[in-house]
Design a protein around this ligand. Structure first.
Ligand code: IFM
Length: 764
């Protein structure tokens, strides 16, 4: 067993922050810094210090492990069912990090509490700093360690997951004798004894070797039979000897340093799976040989060049707000490291690849919150994510058919198969019960969210090749689903048994979000088909035949568009989230501030669902998505209704979902309510940094990260496409922001846009 790295099965409740034990992380302009080791934040900070490259993500767990650590490497697409679990999850891959060091026989470990400092030192850490260089994607930790003999060494650990070659992982360890002349033993190894919190996913290594400086292993997931090969080599001065082990193959170096002498070791690792090649271990061995001959410095330089290219396109520069500048870079870093670069059959899970939260499942979070960031700034990444949905149309068609509908009905939670993977029941609650989870049955708006993302990508990129071959089919076949789903009630169409974004209210009829977005969807489908007939008639004919887009079906869509029920209260001049919403108990959500737990957690599930407490932006999300197309009944003033909607729903919103604050920030900024927009933005940008939701240990909140990028560009800067097809901004910057600059790709052209305060405004 890897020293002191518990097998993660048990996750303790979050301890209170204790300033005596350690410090908080600081987000600086281009880095995340932890100046004192904070054991109470061990798992939270492991999430924050994740490195990754769009192929895999590895949490910021220490090389030597630590009591209670959650070491995990999650590889896109490698899902498996743990024994007894009903839904698959991303399987924690063998750990490539371990480097165990002893100094004069004293094992190097970090102390866990102030009381350890009081004990006669077996070994004491007397200096510590951990830094994630966000600009270069490199994690570095520097420690001063005094062994029981009194010898002091400086240890510097560096690691990165290569963005240049996604299969390569690199570590460097520098050991400097600061005081004394210590004998050091460095043991580098791979650890196949890994689990998820739910259980085991891997067979015992089918092949394992340690020879010369190299060591490696091959393993297979128990249920899904994905095979993995991982090969490492320890490169350094002096003799390195193999240390065979059935599950932890490694190599050892033992040496004595003179005072002020230093030794540097590189541990290079390559990883492949059967998703990449038939012989993953052979492929890893070959890639590793190339990496070793290139050497750490060359690998690092290639990696840095890729990061420079990423930031050229995805960075947002905020002048006048260093704290939020730092936060937005941190959040952008995390969605960049989660985005598949060379694989269009995987997508980004709700918690990226940085933790076990939501089991690595893909939700609407990707299409509405994360993907648009790439549509604007890295279109190739956006295309990969849309292709994931395209390749999974079979699963969506299957779901529609199984539920008695036509077309494609995407799963609420999706994995490698494209089938519905939402669990039907929650984990066991404290009272021993389980709660029925309805989202997989009734949260159907995900199909429209995917269509929205495909359409938005096309509008912004002008990628007609993608659209004619793939994007249009996504929009049209999901429209076929809605055409079969809407219920003709005689005088109007209705949609029953839905869950809108406000998931506190389940199985409701006529969610205004759902009904109005379905109208948008069907109208967009008709427009898209019209465009195809004009511009790509062969593709139009192909899709008309394949999806049965008959004249009768299109007429039915038009009928739904005209007669869909859009709940609206003419007296209050507001959209009604769903009929009956205002008959429920009113609870003043603001009265429960400050809190990091949701109002639902405070009031309990049964009371919350019978109340007007809203989980997250719902009507507000509708306004944000439709933007200029947001319409009101004849005779009503659009701006007045929008303000009324805001004033009605915002005070009732719990923000029980991490998706909520950024969506509110975007819409508030668009409406010119810069103060409230800023507060919500600030909250969203710190959800993981400050652990605002209390669960950052489970992974990064991808949607919040994407949401804040969009809140700046679409909200504060007001970027949009004018009716004439021009890119225009409508800035509403917070007063203390001087300027904001960002880059977007618009119809094949890369444009850098700088936005300030409008001339004549007090802040200009
Ligand atoms: O998709 C979200 C949902 O809207 C709220 N609960 C968490 C899910 C995953 O982030």
């Amino acid at each position: 067993m890897f020293p002191q790295c518990g097998l993660l099965a048990v996750v303790d409740p979050i301890p209170q922050f204790n300033p005596l034990v350690g410090g908080r992380v600081m987000a600086r302009l281009w880095e995340l810094n932890e100046g004192f080791f904070n054991s109470t934040r061990l798992n939270h900070y492991e999430t924050l210090f994740t490195v990754g490259n769009g192929y895999l993500g590895t949490r910021g767990t220490f090389e030597e492990g630590h009591s209670g650590c959650i070491a995990s490497t999650l590889i896109h697409g490698i899902y498996d069912h743990a024994p007894g679990m009903l839904v698959p999850e991303l399987a924690n891959a063998p750990n490539w990090l371990p480097v165990a060091i002893t100094v004069d026989g004293t094992p190097f470990q970090l102390v866990t509490s102030t009381s350890d400092f009081m004990r006669p030192p077996q070994g004491v850490v007397i200096g510590y700093e951990r830094t994630l260089d966000i600009k270069r994607g490199v994690l570095r930790r520097e420690v001063l360690f005094r062994a029981a003999t009194g010898a002091v060494v400086r240890l510097v650990f560096e690691r990165f997951a290569s963005l240049y070659d996604n299969h390569l992982l690199a570590q460097r360890v520098l050991i400097v004798a600061v005081d004394g002349s210590p004998t050091v033993r460095l043991h580098a190894f791979l650890d196949a004894e890994v689990m998820n919190s739910t259980g085991q996913h891997w067979t015992a290594p089918a092949r394992v070797y340690s020879n010369g400086h190299g060591f490696g292993l091959a393993a297979e997931t128990l249920q899904s039979h994905y095979r993995l090969g991982m090969a490492s080599r320890l490169v350094g001065p002096g003799a390195i000897t193999p240390l065979p082990h059935p599950t932890q193959p490694g190599a050892v170096a033992e040496f004595t340093l003179k005072q002020e002498e230093a030794a540097t070791f590189d541990k290079l690792t390559a990883v492949f799976t059967s998703r990449d090649t038939d012989e993953p271990l052979d492929a890893a061995g070959a890639a590793l040989s190339g990496a070793v001959s290139d050497g750490y410095d060359a690998l690092l330089a290639a990696h840095e060049a890729e990061w420079a290219a990423y930031w050229r396109d995805s960075d947002i520069v905020i002048e006048g707000d260093d704290a939020l500048q730092a936060a937005i870079r941190f959040t952008t870093y995390h969605i960049l490291i989660a985005a598949p670069r060379h694989d269009e059959r995987v997508s980004i899970g709700a918690k990226t690849l940085s933790g076990f939260g939501y089991k690595g499942h893909v939700f609407w979070d990707t299409e509405l919150f994360v993907l648009p960031v790439f549509t604007f700034s890295q279109p190739k990444l956006a295309r990969n994510l849309l292709m994931y949905r395209y390749h999974n149309l079979a699963g969506a068609r299957h779901k529609a058919q199984a539920n008695g509908y036509e077309g494609a009905m995407f799963p609420w939670e999706s994995t490698d198969t494209g089938e519905e993977t939402t669990p039907q029941w929650s984990d066991v609650q404290p009272d021993g019960s389980r709660i029925r989870i309805w989202t997989g049955d009734h949260e159907q708006h995900v199909s429209t969210d995917i269509a929205y993302a495909a359409h938005q990508y096309w509008r912004w990129t002008g990628d007609d090749a993608f659209f004619t071959q793939h994007g249009a089919e996504l929009i049209l076949d999901t429209a076929v689903f809605w055409g079969s789903r809407a219920e003709d009630k005689g005088s109007r169409y209705e949609i029953s048994q839905q869950i809108g974004p406000d998931e506190y209210h389940e199985n409701i009829d006529n969610s205004v979000f759902v009904n109005r977005m379905v109208v948008w969807h069907l109208q967009t489908a008709l427009d898209v088909l019209g465009w195809l007939k004009q511009r790509a008639p062969a593709d139009a004919a192909r899709l008309e035949s394949a999806l049965d887009l008959s004249a009768a079906r299109l007429a039915h869509w038009r009928d739904i568009i005209t007669r869909m029920y859009i709940p609206f209260d003419t007296e209050q001049a507001i959209h009604v989230q769903f009929p009956g919403f205002f008959d429920m108990e009113y609870i003043p959500v603001q009265a429960y501030q400050p809190r990091i737990t949701s109002v639902q957690a405070i009031l309990g599930h049964p009371r919350t669902i019978q109340s007007q407490v809203i989980k997250q932006a719902d009507v507000v999300a509708l306004m944000a998505l439709l933007d200029d197309q947001f319409d009101v009944p004849p005779g009503f003033d659009r701006r007045t209704v929008m303000l009324n909607n805001w004033n009605t729903y915002y005070p009732r919103t719990d923000h029980g979902s991490s998706l909520s604050p950024a969506m509110h920030a975007l819409q508030a900024a668009r409406m010119g309510m810069t103060g409230v927009a800023y507060d919500e933005f600030d909250h969203a940008a710190h959800i993981d940094l400050e652990d605002n939701k209390g669960n950052a240990r489970d992974g990064i909140h991808a949607a919040a990260c994407g949401g804040v990028w969009q809140a700046i560009v679409l909200g504060f800067c007001g970027l949009h496409i004018s009716p004439a097809g021009e890119l225009v901004t409508r800035p509403n910057l917070p007063v203390h922001w001087r300027r904001v600059s960002f880059t977007v790709h618009y119809r094949g052209e890369r444009r850098t846009i700088t936005v300030g305060h409008p001339e004549g405004s007090p802040a200009a």
